[in-house]
Design a protein around this ligand. Structure first.
Ligand SMILES: Cc1cc2nc3c(=O)[nH]c(=O)nc-3n(C[C@H](O)[C@H](O)[C@H](O)COP(=O)(O)OP(=O)(O)OC[C@H]3O[C@@H](n4cnc5c(N)ncnc54)[C@H](O)[C@@H]3O)c2cc1C
Length: 320
């Protein structure tokens, strides 16, 4: 059996975790086994059942009130205990900073092999080998995973999920929750509201210094609105306080892997590319035909962002 560690947000399984379930279902097909998902924290049963649409046959739900706020120590303990109880040998999660903390701790307890940033389905023709993205996306490495228990953290877009009509059976579990697991506690979480979460976004519209100043952001926001996209920016833009820091993407910021990334007035420095180069389709709008970003782009528009953005928005709205 393949076990998927899922993350919950606002009572539902995160989109990246649904992708991990689908990835797990493909691995399960290769290993002739089934997929069980693990959800920790407060979630609606109807939402959890959706794990079945992505290939899980059942979902184990640990819903103790102590687990309501994410706590990597407690979640790691629940994961490790579930692995022992189910006898799972392959554990899969979507890569995130929280999942990294959880699987590292669980791997310690389980003496498991952990591999992060997995980009493709494993090759099992000679053992168990996975391709991973390294050096912030600038290279790939093939990693042979020899541990008896294997934990894989997959990058977004490793597989393109296809949904089915199955629903997963939800089973409540009551894991051991020792007091020492709660020695560090989240006391308050303040979330930016009303916005599409950048790491999870499918579509991203991003602005650089070519936008000239915070007062000029409206055309970019209009395009993001028309597409239903999240907004992002380059580092200098957030350093200058033109946009909030949580929008900064790149080597030192958020790493995104959307299906579409539209870069507006961004030169394409290597540190910026490091955070966006696993996007499926990169569109670059820049008035300088020599801008380095064009080398990485799938589609390039040479021109002034202030002329092109309103035209793009108009065309998208006209075709909606
Ligand atoms: C250690 C380190 C870490 C870093 N980490 C990051 C990081 O995580 N993320 C990041 O983004 N950067 C990072 N940087 C900075 C990075 O090197 C670049 O300086 C930065 O990405 C440049 O931002 P920019 O493209 O917005 O600005 P610029 O380099 O100034 O480029 C602006 C672009 O806009 C174009 N332009 C101007 N006017 C228009 C117009 N009207 N229409 C269309 N195009 C126009 C120009 O031709 C130009 O290509 C890091 C640097 C270092 C040293």
């Amino acid at each position: 059996m393949i076990l998927i560690f899922t993350e919950i947000a606002d009572g539902a399984i995160k989109k990246s975790s649904l992708e991990a379930i689908y990835y797990g279902s493909k691995v399960a097909e290769m290993m002739d086994t089934t997929v069980t998902a693990l959800a920790i924290g407060n979630a609606d049963a109807a939402e959890l059942e959706k794990a079945g649409n992505f290939g899980a046959t059942n979902i184990l739900h640990a819903n103790d009130t102590k687990l309501t706020s994410p706590n990597s120590m407690a979640y790691a303990s629940v994961l490790a205990e579930t692995v022992k109880n189910t006898g799972a040998k392959v554990i899969i999660t979507a890569k995130s900073s929280f999942a990294d903390a959880v699987i590292a701790r669980a791997a310690g307890a389980l003496k498991a092999a952990v591999v992060g940033n997995v980009t493709e389905l494993p090759n099992m023709s000679n053992g168990f080998q996975v391709k991973v993205s390294i050096f912030t996306g600038k290279a790939f490495a093939d990693v042979k995973v020899n541990g008896d228990v294997k934990i894989l953290a997959i990058k977004k877009n490793a597989v393109a999920p296809i949904e089915n009509n199955n629903s997963a059976a939800v089973e409540n579990i009551s894991p051991s929750l020792y007091e020492n697991l709660f020695s560090a506690k989240v006391t308050e979480t303040i979330k930016a509201t009303g916005m599409i979460s950048l790491p999870e976004a499918d579509l991203v519209v991003s602005g650089g210094r070519g936008m000239k100043g915070p007062e000029n952001w409206q055309p970019l926001l209009d395009l993001a609105d028309a597409l239903g996209a999240a907004t992002a920016c380059s580092k200098p833009v957030s350093d200058l306080d033109w946009r909030p820091h949580h929008e900064h993407v790149g080597q030192t910021g958020v790493k995104v892997s959307p299906n579409l990334y539209i870069a507006c007035g961004i030169s394409g420095a290597i540190q910026h590319l490091a955070g966006v180069n696993s996007s499926k389709v990169l569109v670059v709008i820049n008035k300088d035909p020599e801008a380095p970003f064009f080398k990485a782009a799938d589609y390039g528009i040479v021109g002034d962002v202030f002329e092109i953005l309103p035209k793009l928005t108009k065309a998208i709205l006209a075709n909606k």
